[in-house]
Design a protein around this ligand. Sequence first.
Ligand SMILES: Nc1ncnc2c1ncn2[C@@H]1O[C@H](COP(=O)(O)OP(=O)(O)OP(=O)(O)O)[C@@H](O)[C@H]1O
Length: 263
Amino acid sequence: MRFWPLFERPLKPGTMLAGGRFHIHRFIGKGSYGLTYIAKDWNTGTDVVIKQLRRRKRHKPAEVAYFMQEADFLRRFHHPSIPSLLAVFQEKEIPFLAMDFVDAPNFEELIFSHHHTYTERDSFLLLTKVLHVIEYVHSLDIVHRDLRIPNILWDGTTISIIDFGLARSLNAPSPPVRRRKKEHPLFRELSVRSDFFALGHFVLFLLYSSFEPSSKKEKSWEEELTLSPAAKHIIRRMLQLDQPYISVAELKQEISLLLKCDR
Ligand SMILES: Nc1ncnc2c1ncn2[C@@H]1O[C@H](COP(=O)(O)OP(=O)(O)OP(=O)(O)O)[C@@H](O)[C@H]1O
């Protein structure tokens, strides 16, 4: 059996990939599947994101299939809020994929580093923008299954959705569902409901950004947040505490009523 060190050293800045087309600028993060970099694409002169499968995963067919599936989905999408796939290639038998770089902060950074705060109205307006993108994804019978705040980017004008590594097709066989330890099973369900469940948490993160605790006692979001009855109703349905939504259209309709009443 081959032994691979647990810590895999990222490629150095200046490394050339794909026959010199991509030039690594910097390493930006490590996901469960591999390593991510910002690079320059010499074909266009623009910055791109390059994902590299971990070396020890390259001989595991399921891991390679997961990795290639993200490339497949990105190839199928044609949407201004989803990065386009630029290339898929191998270097020394390790698969890589290159996609557009989205130059915008994600909501984890906006809330916890930039300390942005969002009212109920702001939160549901932003949720509507995210839902426009997710409606497109669902129209292709694909569910994202990882709509956490680090994967939703906002430059003040455009929402972008990244990281389709856990996305699945609803009508084609896909690699088995894999669940990370401690995560709620409803996050990974093979159904559009998993995206509504995740976006219920997304909207709660936005709403909690302006929350000032008045006591040390931990309470539920319904007790802590001051929300309109319509907002509570929508979040309860997204979190499947009440009847789950069956489509983005149904959810968007309830949000648009809330936003009309709120004017
Ligand atoms: N197209 C992109 N444009 C801009 N930043 C990106 C893009 N794709 C990924 N990133 C950023 O690269 C970093 C690493 O992302 P990646 O998806 O590889 O890992 P992760 O999301 O941290 O891990 P995991 O997928 O295991 O949850 C993150 O900070 C992410 O925001």
